[in-house]
Design a protein around this ligand. Structure first.
Ligand code: ATP
Length: 448
């Protein structure tokens, strides 16, 4: 039975993430730092798989999208042009009674503290989310710089450089994965709202008259990606279309793809029509032309842009929430189920460990290890686990979400076959050693 919606799912998930080394507080021995998270061995494997999948689907498998890896610190004028230094902020208020700090747009009743109910609040004031630093030895305003608040601005700044070296003509896209920083007033809901996080963004440049068609195309592509590769069903995905009141003045359309987290619906990805806003602003602030020469039409113009923007950490969190389940394990005595298990039903393609090879006895270690090396050599993220009873090892693999366990037993030496145990059904199948690679490939959806 899936555990979604039950009270306490988030607490259970946070505790599992720490216990199994997925995600835990940064600098924990110093008491942690609010809004910053570290990814342990299984967390980083999952995160890297998510990034690799997105990169494969958005860049590698497309001839009309180029990749970029820009710096985190850019020329400060970039953020003046983008409007981030001026406007990128939220209204915040402090409660004078309990000292809690709140984002006004997130308060149900902006006149009452959601923490203690007091109405003794400071007047709302603006707060800029950009993180500031200094470049060089002098710490004054002339040397101030900012950690990027989104990965897309350098894409606009490098538009011509990438277009020319990538030999692209409209329509085409530029994609980037990387860190972004926001001095969020109220980091919360585990990694959902962090101060340091990673984004996967793609800016698609096209003719204005084609832009709504591309907007719809990317909306559909991104929904297909969530369904097909991440296994998100209709029950946990929905679209929130931005109404006229929510749209930026330059945008023709915008929507959020929302995911149903245990704490409620939350934005996972934004698909935005950005018009010519960003390139125009960089043209204005840099004095460099951002126009594109359209040979067919024999005219120059600033391309229109459609953006897809998603957080890596939010995707990982959505995957973990969607995967968490509790059910009863197969260990039966006199027809009675013995123990409950926690199982992470992560999709095979992104699971941190795709295959675990488990020799039934230490005496079989050598032969089993050969098989493990062969499986790893085919590109599957694999683990060799020899410690503890086989039941305990299955339980551990269930908790980290390993879709297939390969058990090497004494018969394997005789019949050249092994047992494949399926994480979700707990069903077991005997497979010839020579067929293991192909069977795994089919069950896991391949490798990245
Ligand atoms: P929100 O309204 O939740 O603050 P936003 O609309 O400001 O988000 P965008 O600027 O559109 O978000 O960022 C694109 C994506 O980056 C979001 O859909 C989300 O997945 C991710 N993201 C944004 N802010 C954070 C954050 N503080 N922590 C983790 N991920 C984030």
């Amino acid at each position: 039975m899936a555990a979604r919606g039950e009270r306490g799912v988030m607490e259970k998930l946070v505790s599992l993430c720490k216990r199994r080394g997925f995600i835990f507080q940064s600098s924990e021995i110093y008491g942690g730092i609010n809004g910053f998270w570290d990814y342990g061995p299984y967390g980083v494997a999952l995160k890297r798989a998510v990034e690799a999948l997105w990169w494969r689907e958005m860049v590698e498998f497309r001839d009309n999208v180029e990749g970029l890896d820009s710096t985190i610190i850019c020329h400060p004028r970039v953020w003046e042009a983008s409007g981030h230094l001026d406007k990128f902020g939220d209204m915040m208020t402090d409660c004078r009674s309990c000292k809690a700090r709140h984002r006004v747009d997130q308060m149900e009743d902006p006149s009452k503290c959601p923490n203690c109910g007091s109405d003794d609040l400071t007047p709302p004031r603006e707060f800029n989310l950009m993180m500031k630093t200094f470049v060089g030895p002098v710490f004054d305003e002339d040397h101030a710089a900012y950690l990027r608040a989104e990965t897309c601005q350098p894409i606009f700044v490098d538009f011509h450089q990438v277009r020319i070296t990538g030999r692209q003509k409209l329509p085409f896209g530029i994609a980037q994965i990387g860190k972004a920083f926001r001095n969020e007033i109220n980091p919360r809901n585990f990694t959902f709202r962090s101060r340091e996080f990673s984004q996967m963004e793609m800016e698609f440049f096209c003719k204005d008259e084609d832009s709504m068609r591309w907007f719809e195309y990317w909306r559909d592509e991104r929904l297909r990606y969530y369904r097909e590769f991440l296994g998100f069903g209709e029950d946990v995905l929905r679209i929130h279309d931005h109404g006229p009141g929510e749209l930026a003045h330059y945008a023709k359309a915008a929507l959020d793809i929302e995911f149903k987290f245990p704490f409620g619906w939350g934005e996972l990805e934004g698909v935005h029509h950005r018009g010519t806003w960003d390139l125009s602003r960089h043209q204005e602030f840099s004095g460099e032309s951002m126009e594109y020469f359209d040979q067919e039409a024999n005219s120059r113009y600033i391309p229109t842009c459609v953006e897809t923007s998603v957080g890596v950490d939010r995707t990982v969190l959505a995957l973990l929430c969607n995967a968490y389940a509790e059910d009863t394990a197969e260990t039966k005595k006199e027809g009675k189920c013995e123990d409950e298990r926690v199982v992470m039903r992560l999709p095979g393609l992104v699971a941190p460990v795709q295959v675990a090879v488990l020799p039934l006895s230490k005496k079989l270690a050598e032969s089993a290890e050969k098989l493990y090396r062969a499986i790893r050599g085919r590109g599957f993220r694999s683990e060799f686990d020899i410690t503890g009873s086989i039941g305990k090892r299955y339980r551990r693999q269930d908790e980290i979400g390993t879709p297939v366990c390969v058990t090497f037993d004494f018969d394997s030496l005789e019949d050249g076959a092994v047992t494949l145990r399926d994480r979700d059904s707990m069903g077991q199948e005997r497979v010839a050693l020579s067929a293991v690679g192909d069977v795994l490939s089919k069950r896991l959806g391949g490798t990245l």
